[in-house]
Write a protein that binds this ligand. Structure first.
Ligand code: 2M8
Length: 432
């Protein structure tokens, strides 16, 4: 176990700031030094959330830099590349070839996939917590049309199941890359082997699926990132409860911010209703939400932290909330571990305490679940999630993820969202 001396809140906050400063490139924050040398979509958005109470300018800069990578289709990419370290991460710009696509931004190199659409929620969070209302209002006016375009993209290009949800077309789009819920759809793909170098990945990161990730990305790229191809031919299309729960939360946020941006809230209110109904109709079974593989029609039998994403919906029926809270607190998840929240239910055969998204606890999903607990007045749960999450960083530092049993750190060190969300939790410990 990589113990780290307990520090008081002021010292912990100072450490968090120094991580964020070291990972700042001048226009955005990279997830971690070394392994992730570019701007990642939901990483930056969690950084913006964490900075909302204390630095509106930098929170806004983070979102603006990400949205500079937005395609004219409305798609917000999962990576915005820093030209200086272009090929320092695989797959880099030479694999994605965004510059060859007419809808990509002219000056910015990006990937061709997206990640959970958290930006609407982050903008609302910033507006709610800022100490500089004027700057925040200007940011809302500037960013709102971009987020409206992102929403239109998800509605038109990603409802591949025709039921009102957005489908992801690659595990990387979920942000929970190695989650066991992708095993079945990935194993239905052809076996491939690429001769790229894979050294340098941290513990538990790389498995035999990585070649299929690359294969899928290349297929989509070679279609010209085409929406019809996605609908008709692309072999990976999955409806994920976390991605859609986050989308719903952002729609709710866009409805609330609409008056400030001079926009009509009604389409977003309707989207909230539509996504909620679709989540319940298409993904709910046996007391929890599941991922649906649109190509096989099957729901995943494995329960992961992603299955709780729809709890971000304030309008989720009370009985469903009660079912989810019971499961989350049960020995299948938090009830049997020392630290919240294992990314996979611990009794599943796929659970692995050391492999990315197959067991370890992550600060960002802990933060989202704590937020969900607050929304649904689950004060006790919110307190356990907040205190347990802070205990992780006090003990192990700002690691990428953590062993849910003993709290030891895993993956990269000096991880940006772990630092940024610590700042938010420290500011919010009195009243969740
Ligand atoms: C991990 O994903 C990247 C691919 O996008 C990777 O595996 O190299 C995930 O943990 C993802 O959630 C995160 O956004 C990214 C950067 O931290 O790393």
């Amino acid at each position: 176990m990589e113990a780290r001396a307990a520090v008081d809140d002021v010292a912990l906050g100072r450490e968090a700031w120094s991580v964020l400063d070291a990972n700042w490139t001048g226009s955005a924050t990279v997830p971690a030094p070394g392994l992730y040398p570019h701007q990642w979509n939901w990483d930056s958005t969690f950084v913006a959330i964490g900075l909302s109470r204390c630095d509106t300018r930098r929170a806004g800069a983070e979102l603006l830099s990400l949205l500079a990578g937005q395609w004219r289709t409305g798609m917000v990419p999962h990576i915005v590349f820093h030209p200086a370290s272009a090929e320092a991460y695989f797959p880099g710009p030479s694999v994605w070839r965004s510059q060859d696509h007419p809808a990509s931004p002219n000056e910015v190199l990006t990937s061709g996939l997206t990640q959970p659409p958290l930006q609407g929620f982050a903008l609302w969070w910033m507006w709610r917590h800022t100490t500089d209302r004027e700057m925040a209002a200007a940011l809302v006016r500037r960013l709102y049309p971009m987020l409206a375009a992102q929403h239109d993209y998800l509605t038109t290009a990603r409802d591949l199941g025709g039921g009102g949800l957005a489908a992801i077309v690659h595990p990387w789009e979920s942000g929970m890359d190695d989650s066991p819920v992708w095993d079945a759809p990935l194993e239905a793909l052809p076996q491939v082997r690429y001769a790229y170098r894979s050294e340098g990945f941290p513990d538990g990161h790389l498995d035999s699926h990585h070649d299929r990730y690359v294969w899928l990305a290349l297929r989509y790229r070679d279609s010209g990132y085409d929406a019809t191809y996605l609908r008709e031919d692309h072999p990976f299309a999955v409806e994920d409860p976390m991605f859609n729960g986050i989308w719903l939360a952002s729609c709710q946020a866009l409805a609330e911010l609409a008056p400030l941006a001079g926009a009509d809230p009604q389409p977003y209110r309707e989207a909230v209703e539509r996504i909620r109904a679709a989540l319940l109709e298409r993904l709910w079974a046996d007391g929890v939400f599941h991922t649906r593989d649109l190509r096989s029609g099957r729901l995943s039998p494995v329960c992961t932290v992603g299955c709780f994403g729809p709890m971000l919906d304030p309008g989720l029926p009370t009985e469903r909330v009660a079912d989810l809270v019971r499961l989350l607190e049960s020995p299948r998840f938090m009830g049997a571990v020392g630290y919240p929240v294992p990314s996979c239910e611990i009794r599943a055969p796929q659970f692995d305490r050391s492999r990315y998204w197959r067991g370890p606890s992550w600060m960002n999903t802990n933060w989202l679940l704590r937020r969900a607990a607050v929304i649904h007045d689950q004060t006790g749960l919110a307190q356990v999630l907040g205190a347990g999450t802070l205990r992780l960083v006090r003990q192990a530092g700002f690691r990428e993820c953590f062993d849910p049993f003993d709290g030891s750190g895993r993956g990269s060190r000096d991880f940006s969202w772990s630092a940024a969300l610590t700042l938010d939790l420290l500011a919010d410990t009195v009243e969740p």
